[in-house]
Design a protein around this ligand. Sequence first.
Ligand SMILES: [Zn+2]
Length: 292
Amino acid sequence: MFNTEHTPEIGVAKKLTDGLLVVTAPNASPMTFTGTQSYILGDSEVAVIDPGPNDPAHFEALKRAIAGRPVSHVLVTHSHIDHSPLAQAFEAPVLAFGPSGAGMSEVMQGLVELDGGEGIDRDFKPDQLLADGDIVTGAGWAVEAVHTPGHMSNHLCFAFEGGLLSGDHVMAWSTTLVSPPDGDLTQFMASLRKLQARNDTRYFPGHGPVLEDPQAMLAYQIAHRQARETQILEALPGKISDITTAVYSDLDSRLLPMAARNVFSHLIDLCQRGKVLCNGPIRFDGRFELVD
Ligand SMILES: [Zn+2]
């Protein structure tokens, strides 16, 4: 299902479709795969989508790709430090759903002291807020903001004529990280279903290759998360550590902390849906059991 064959030339613009260039940042890692992908949309005047990490070499690469054309907008899918910090390096207004934490559910707001283990750009402040369905138009292009919380509560995808800029919500190389409190599985599943109801033909993600068959990927990811949920329900009652070792018995032990975050995201979702309860307020070291 996943396509991990991807060898971008770092810092060199590549045309993906009419009016869309991609420039890959020099920040490859296990989390960012071959690096964060910044997109340049338009011809005579352009928008920069996800300008990327605060890296002068990447800024120079973007300027080379923009080649002197005016930048009218900077659009940001979500405020993780590999996507948003360079937004302030451009003179154009920055458009996004909101700062880090915008769109967070009440249950996640109650868990904010918990560190989700990801790099959040706490300084991110968009100049203009976009709501679901808002249309942004530039010279020869238009995008629709599609609010897709889950990977992060302020996550937007941007639909344009050639497809969907899908950020970290849906990618071809891997499933995305959903780590509470910034990641929310209840929201994530709803956002997958929201994209199922649309007919965007191709996805241009924040990392990795273009996704050519998005509907198959959406169906796969929903089924994958549902299968994981069934395993977790079968491992109850218990604490997250016990459930994680039961469900991920074959996993490299170095990856167990991230797997535990994933189990936690499922348990919060199951509590929200009234299928599981925690002894006391929902917390990482709580004990979880089935509701009979
Ligand atoms: Zn991200």
